[in-house]
Design a protein around this ligand. Structure first.
Ligand code: MG
Ligand code: MG
Ligand code: MG
Length: 307
């Protein structure tokens, strides 16, 4: 019976490449593992898969009656549908522990690092003692460059940098920063994309003290790229909020200037002031130094919501 490996909904490069890297590792261990994705690939992930010669993993968003593993998340809201009607065997992650529980003991490995790729580097090398194939190393390296925003994010640790250096060697990539910049440009592709698709390209729903809160993020090499799209994005965010959410945020993150212009639509604008110490004036507020949803958005917002 196949074991499916899935990253989170609105998949990013880490979620897709970690699913592939775990499936490859499991195959080495004799498990019939299949990498999956829970949604459309973003342009950055497409570029990464192409460069290292992988096809898109199969699309799967329901695990009823299946054996499965999760990577890059452990939150119910990001997990496949009917997660509790299949058998969860493993979670490999680098986020706060989410709300998924199991009736049986499972393999659970989470590390406070910037990327699942870094956790996987440790698993391959130190836990299972397997050589990482060059093309898989390329995927894991790309995930680290993506998740840590070229090592600039507050989530980036020394372990991420060390893993990236080692993986670049295995992958035979001489200039990983140049490759990272190529990826960042691909990630910045917004022209001609529908506002709704941009909002959900890298998006997560959270339950914050009983409030449904959605946070999307666009990592851009320049905010000029969205200058003439802001009104359309805002109008679409209002629709997303109206679909049963207390607040919806869109992080327009400038990876060169290292900060986020936060678009916010909320029933209670005071949460912005409570979380970030600045007032929402108009539609957005500039948050200097903020690049990470996981580390710089979610914790202060959860606190502001009284969690
Ligand atoms: Mg992710
Ligand atoms: Mg990740
Ligand atoms: Mg990310």
């Amino acid at each position: 019976m196949a074991v499916y490996v899935l990253g989170h909904k609105s998949p990013d490069t880490d979620s897709v490449t970690a699913a592939i890297a775990v499936a490859e590792l499991q195959k080495m261990l004799g498990v019939d593992a299949v990498a999956c994705r829970q949604g459309e690939l973003n342009p950055e992930t497409e570029l990464v898969l192409k460069k290292f010669g992988f096809d898109a993993p199969e699309l799967r968003t329901d695990v009823t009656g299946e054996k499965y593993m999760l990577v890059d998340h452990s939150d119910i809201k990001q997990a496949p549908d009917n997660w509790d009607k299949g058998e969860l065997l493993a979670i490999i992650d680098h986020h706060k522990v989410g709300d998924i529980t199991t009736p049986n003991p499972i393999f659970f490995c989470a590390m406070p690092v910037g990327c699942t790729g870094t956790v996987l580097y440790t698993l391959y090398k130190d836990v299972y003692k397997k050589d990482i194939p060059a093309n898989v190393a390329g995927l894991m390296l790309s995930a680290i460059l993506s998740d840590t925003v070229l090592f600039k994010s507050a989530t980036c640790t020394d372990e991420d940098k060390a893993a990236a250096e080692a993986l670049a060697k295995i992958a035979g990539l001489d200039d990983m920063m140049a490759w990272g910049m190529e990826m960042a440009k691909a990630k910045s592709a917004v022209e001609g994309v529908a506002p709704r698709d941009l909002i959900f390209r890298d998006y997560k729903d959270f339950n914050m003290s009983g409030n449904n809160v959605g946070i999307g993020q666009l990592e851009l090499v320049s905010l000029d790229l969205v200058a003439n799209m802001r009104d359309d994005l805002y109008a679409e965010l209002e629709k997303v909020k109206a679909e049963g959410r207390h607040s919806v945020f869109l992080m327009l993150t400038d990876i060169m200037k290292e900060g986020t212009d936060l678009m916010a639509i909320t029933d209670d604008p005071s949460v912005i002031e409570k979380a970030f110490g600045v007032k929402l004036e108009g539609k957005t507020v500039w948050l200097p130094g903020v690049m990470s949803r996981k580390k710089q958005m979610v914790p202060p917002l959860e606190k502001a919501f009284g969690g």
